[in-house]
Write a protein of this length. Structure first.
Length: 460
C-alpha cells in the first residue's frame, strides 16, 4: 500500500538533530525512523533548513513539506511527477498505467491512492514490479496471423510472414518487425533489428511465441548480456502491463489488410514506418514530452549494443533416413547414401545448413524455406541398381507394388518418375504401400487406379 507521508513535526525533529551534529543512525533510532528516511531528509530538506536558520528566518510547516514533497510545476514535468508518486510508495508500473488518473488531480488524496493501488495489485502477478524498472524488461510477442505477399500467393509452398511487437513497459514505446514464420533464424534476426530501433539492449526479455518454432536463446543471452525467458502462448493471455499489445496487434492487422504488399522489402519498409506512426500517435499533445522523457530514461538504464552482430545457430543430432535424407524444419536435406542409418550432427544458421560425421563435413546446403527437398546429385547412389546394397531401391518398391496389382505398380512407377531423384518419392510410396499391407490388396489397387486416371499424387 502507499506509505503515509512524514509529518512536519518529524521533519523538524530530524533537521534539529542533524543541526546538533547527531548521527543519522542515532536520530533514526530515537524517532523510530529508518536510516534511509533520515538520509533522504538530510539530502532534500536539511540544506534549505540550515540556510533559513542562518538567515534568521522562521520556517513554517508548509515549507518543510514543500521541500520534502515538491509538487510538480506542470503535468509535463515527467520526472517530478514520477518522483512525486514514488515517494508515496507507488511502483513505476502503477504510475505509468494510471498516468492519466494521477496527473489530472496532481494532489491525489491518500485514501484515493490506496483504493486505486489495492485494486491494481489484486490483478497483478507477483513479478509485476519488474514492469516498472526503467530499461529492465522488454516484452516481445508475435501477433500470430499469416501475411502472404501478392507475389507469392500463387505457390502452394509460398512463405507466410508474421509480425513481432516489442514493448518497453515503462515508456510504452513499441517497435514492430516482420519475419518468415517458417524460419526461427528470421525471428531472432528481427529481435536484433528491434534492439537497433531502441538504440540499446534491455536487461531482460520476456519472449512468447505462437505458431512458430520455439528458439533456443542461450547463446543469444551470452552475446548480448541479457536474461531471456521464452515460452509458448498468445496475446489472449497477456499479463499486467501488456494491454497495449492487444491494441497494437489489432491496429497492425487493420493496417495490413488495407495495404496490398508485393515484396518482402516493401513489407519491411511499411512495417518500420508503422512503428513511427504508432509511437507518434501515442505521443500526440501534452504527453509528447512525457513519453520522450520516459523513453530516454529507459535507454539510460539499458545495456549498450555490442560492436559485433550475432549469428543464431542450431546444433542437433539427427538420424539419416532410408532415403538418405535428414528432416529439419519441414525440409529434407540429402547426405551421402553411405550414411543411411547413422546419426549425423547438424549445424544450421540463416545462411547454411551443414552436416558432420565424426567431425568431418559431409554435406552442406543453402537455406530452404519454400521447397520440401534439398537434394544434391553427388549424394545419390549412381551405381548399378542390382549391386545396390541398400534396404530400399526403386526396384524393390516396384516389386512391392506389383503384388497388390497392376494399378499399384503403375502408380509407384509414376511417383518414382515425377521427381528429379527417385529418393524424393520414397516416403510417400512407403506410406501408401504400408497401408496396403494392412488392408485388402483389391481396395488399394482400386484406389490407385482412380488416382492414375485423375492424375492425383495420393490415392483417395
Amino acid at each position: 500500500m502507499p506509505t503515509k507521508r512524514l509529518t512536519p513535526v518529524q521533519l523538524r525533529d530530524v533537521c534539529e538533530g542533524l543541526h546538533q551534529k547527531y548521527s543519522q543512525r542515532s536520530i533514526g533510532s530515537k524517532l523510530s525512523l529508518s536510516t534511509g528516511v533520515v538520509s533522504k531528509i538530510a539530502i532534500k530538506v536539511y540544506p534549505h533548513y540550515k540556510d533559513a536558520l542562518g538567515n534568521g528566518e522562521w520556517i513554517p510547516d508548509s515549507q518543510l513539506m514543500e521541500w520534502m514533497y515538491p509538487v510538480p510545476a506542470s503535468i509535463d514535468d515527467t520526472f517530478r511527477v514520477v518522483n512525486y508518486y514514488k515517494q508515496a510508495g507507488l511502483p513505476l508500473s502503477f504510475i505509468h498505467e494510471h498516468r492519466d488518473w494521477l496527473r489530472i488531480p496532481i494532489t491525489t488524496g491518500y485514501s484515493q491512492l490506496c483504493d486505486g493501488y489495492k485494486k491494481w495489485r489484486e490483478g497483478a502477478p507477483k513479478d509485476s514490479a519488474v514492469h516498472g524498472v526503467p530499461g529492465e524488461l522488454c516484452i516481445i510477442r508475435n501477433c500470430g496471423f499469416s501475411l502472404q505477399l501478392l507475389s507469392e500467393r500463387k505457390g502452394s509452398k509460398s512463405a507466410k510472414y508474421d509480425l513481432v511487437i516489442a514493448l518497453l513497459p515503462v515508456s510504452g514505446f513499441c517497435a514492430f518487425g516482420l519475419f518468415d514464420k517458417s524460419s526461427q533464424y528470421d525471428f531472432v534476426g528481427v529481435v536484433q533489428k528491434l534492439f537497433g530501433t531502441f538504440g540499446a539492449v534491455p536487461r531482460r526479455l520476456d519472449v512468447t511465441v505462437q505458431g512458430v518454432a520455439k528458439p533456443d536463446l542461450t547463446k543469444f543471452d551470452r552475446h548480448y548480456g541479457t536474461q531471456c525467458v521464452v515460452r509458448r502462448g498468445s496475446l489472449k493471455r497477456a499479463r499486467v502491463g501488456e494491454s497495449r499489445l492487444f491494441i497494437a496487434s489489432d491496429w497492425l492487422a487493420g493496417q495490413l489488410k488495407e495495404r496490398q504488399l508485393s515484396t518482402v522489402e516493401q513489407a519491411e519498409k511499411f512495417t518500420y514506418r508503422l512503428t513511427d506512426i504508432w509511437n507518434q500517435q501515442r505521443m500526440e499533445g501534452e504527453y509528447e514530452y512525457a513519453c520522450n522523457a520516459l523513453l530516454e530514461l529507459d535507454r539510460q538504464h539499458m545495456l549498450e549494443l555490442p560492436s559485433s552482430g550475432f549469428t543464431y545457430t542450431v546444433e542437433r543430432s539427427l538420424r539419416v533416413s532410408f532415403d538418405n535424407h535428414v528432416k529439419y524444419g519441414g525440409v529434407y536435406y540429402s547426405v551421402p547414401y553411405c550414411l543411411i542409418g547413422k546419426t549425423v550432427l547438424m549445424v544450421a544458421n540463416s545462411q547454411r545448413v551443414r552436416f558432420y560425421d565424426g567431425g568431418e563435413l559431409v554435406a552442406e546446403h543453402g537455406p530452404n524455406s519454400v521447397f520440401t527437398y534439398s537434394t544434391h546429385r553427388e549424394h545419390m547412389y549412381s551405381g548399378p541398381e542390382f549391386s545396390d546394397k541398400r534396404n530400399f531401391t526403386p526396384r524393390r518398391f516396384r516389386r512391392w507394388g506389383r503384388k497388390f496389382g497392376h494399378s499399384v505398380r503403375r502408380w509407384v512407377q509414376l511417383r518414382l518418375a515425377e521427381r528429379p531423384f527417385p529418393e524424393q518419392s520414397f516416403r510417400l510410396i512407403m506410406r501408401v504401400l504400408n497401408e496396403g499391407d494392412n488392408s485388402h490388396a483389391a481396395s488399394l489397387n482400386e484406389r490407385c487406379r482412380r488416382a492414375n486416371n485423375k492424375g492425383n499424387r495420393y490415392p483417395d
